[in-house]
Write a protein that binds this ligand. Structure first.
Ligand code: FAD
Ligand code: DHB
Length: 388
């Protein structure tokens, strides 16, 4: 097989890149080791920045998003006895949209599934430091296949094979594992709030999000070593009611249809480019989920890389490809800082000094327009800088 861009991974980053390239007449092939059903059902992020939404709409993926997505103009920050709204729209003129990553992936697969080889195994990249890189894999029927390309893109997430293809001696990583994780549940119950609630509590952080007017998404800070088997539905609802509780407000409960625990880490790996291999999304960086940056950062990488590949294939320009890593990393570090900051402000560490500092910071963010604006402009997302 021969293509212009060979992409490893049919998550949001790989599929979006393939879609945006096709709109510009650039050919791509995507390989994915899971099944289409699995990829479409994986529950993850839920909040889209304004620029993410604008990009999806502009590329023809706005039908379901604009019909079913929920525009949110703010969030609530809470600590015992107090709940305050941060008004994004008043502070920045921008908003975010609640629309599940699963739905984004379904929308992308509706237009790009033909370009994807699902359920492959043994994916490997070859000769990425030459101008004839190759991707090899074993297809669903067990036949060995090779894709020759001009460029290969690693969009295969944190555990993929693309990042390790960069020689170890050239790689630099910055990493922090947090001592806690998020227990996430999806529940068939109308949300008990109009906008997301991020709650600091002595028992640990809790958050109330949603997926639709009938589906709530909720999170609890738990110890990193906790096992989901030890959290019955009743125990989860009790903890959520305590941590999110406020006089005059009631948490509605209902059947939990999905639950799981996600560890939390900050991670950045460079280089994001090695020869003709480019890394996008979780393959190069991970943020803790507080602040909902992971998916949006993957989309921002793709926006930058699309412009650079377009300039390369249509005008034979290499300057934007050469600038990809620097441009992408600037946003990666900003989002890494914001996600770390939100995480540090809201999660219990067990240290009493930390607790007082967190409460002081929360009161400041909720009372100073300058501090609230800083949170708001990071949350809604700084504008994409694609180099064009
Ligand atoms: P991925 O979505 O990981 O996609 C990578 C794809 O590559 C996958 O389909 C994988 O199957 C495939 N793949 C891997 N290895 C290979 C291989 N060798 N060959 C072929 N294919 C391969 N972000 C938020 O903002 N909010 C959240 O609440 C949130 N929750 C999360 C919960 C979990 C459990 C995880 C893991 C992440 C969460 N994130 C969240 C982060 C967000 O989902 C990611 O940032 C986003 O999925 C990144 O997209 P991606 O396409 O770069 O990577
Ligand atoms: C969701 C996830 C986040 O990490 C966040 O900060 C807000 C919402 C969600 O899954 O809905």
């Amino acid at each position: 097989m021969r293509t212009q861009v060979a992409i490893v991974g049919a998550g949001p980053a790989g599929l979006l890149l393939s879609h945006l390239l096709s709109l510009r007449g650039v050919d791509s092939v995507v390989v994915e080791n899971r099944s289409r059903e699995y990829v479409e059902a994986r529950i993850r992020a839920g909040v889209l920045e304004q620029d993410t939404v604008d990009l999806l709409v502009k590329s023809g993926l706005g039908d379901r998003l604009t019909a079913a997505g929920l525009r949110h103009d703010g969030i609530h920050l809470q600590w015992p006895g107090e709940r305050h709204r941060i008004d994004f729209h008043a502070l920045t003129g921008r908003s975010v949209w609640v629309y599940g990553q699963t739905e984004v992936v379904k929308d992308l697969l509706a237009v790009r599934a033909d370009a994807v080889h699902f359920e492959v195994s043994g994916t490997a990249l070859h000769d990425v430091d030459t101008d004839r890189p190759r991707l090899s894999f074993v297809d669903r029927e067990g036949a060995p296949r090779v894709v020759e390309a001009d460029v290969v893109v690693g969009a295969d997430g944190f555990h993929g094979i693309s990042r390790p293809t960069v020689p170890h001696a050239l790689r630099h990583t910055w990493e922090r594992d947090y001592p806690y994780g998020w227990l996430g549940v999806l529940a068939e119950v109308p949300p008990s709030t109009d906008e997301l609630i991020y709650a600091w509590h002595p028992d640990g952080f809790a958050m109330h999000s949603m997926r639709s007017p009938r589906l709530s998404r909720l999170y609890l800070q738990v110890d990193r070593a906790e096992r989901i088997e030890d959290w019955s539905d009743d125990r989860i609802w009790d903890a959520l009611a305590t941590r999110l509780g406020l006089d005059g407000w009631t948490l509605r409960t209902g059947p939990i249809v999905d639950k799981g625990i996600t560890p939390m880490r900050s991670f950045v790996s460079t280089p994001m480019r090695h020869g003709r291999l480019f890394l996008v999304g979780d393959a190069a960086h991970i943020v803790p989920p507080t602040g909902a940056k992971g998916l949006n950062l993957a989309v921002a990488d793709v926006a930058v890389l699309t412009e650079a590949l377009d300039a390369f294939f249509t005008e034979r320009r290499t300057d934007l490809l050469d600038g990809y890593e620097e441009r992408a990393l600037r946003r990666v570090w900003r989002s890494t800082h914001f996600s770390w900051w939100m995480t540090s402000m809201l999660h219990r560490s067990g240290d009493e000094l930390d607790a007082q500092l967190q409460l002081a910071q929360l009161r400041y963010v909720c009372s100073s327009t300058a501090a609230a604006t800083s949170l708001a402009e990071n949350y809604v997302g700084l504008p994409h800088d694609t180099g064009r």
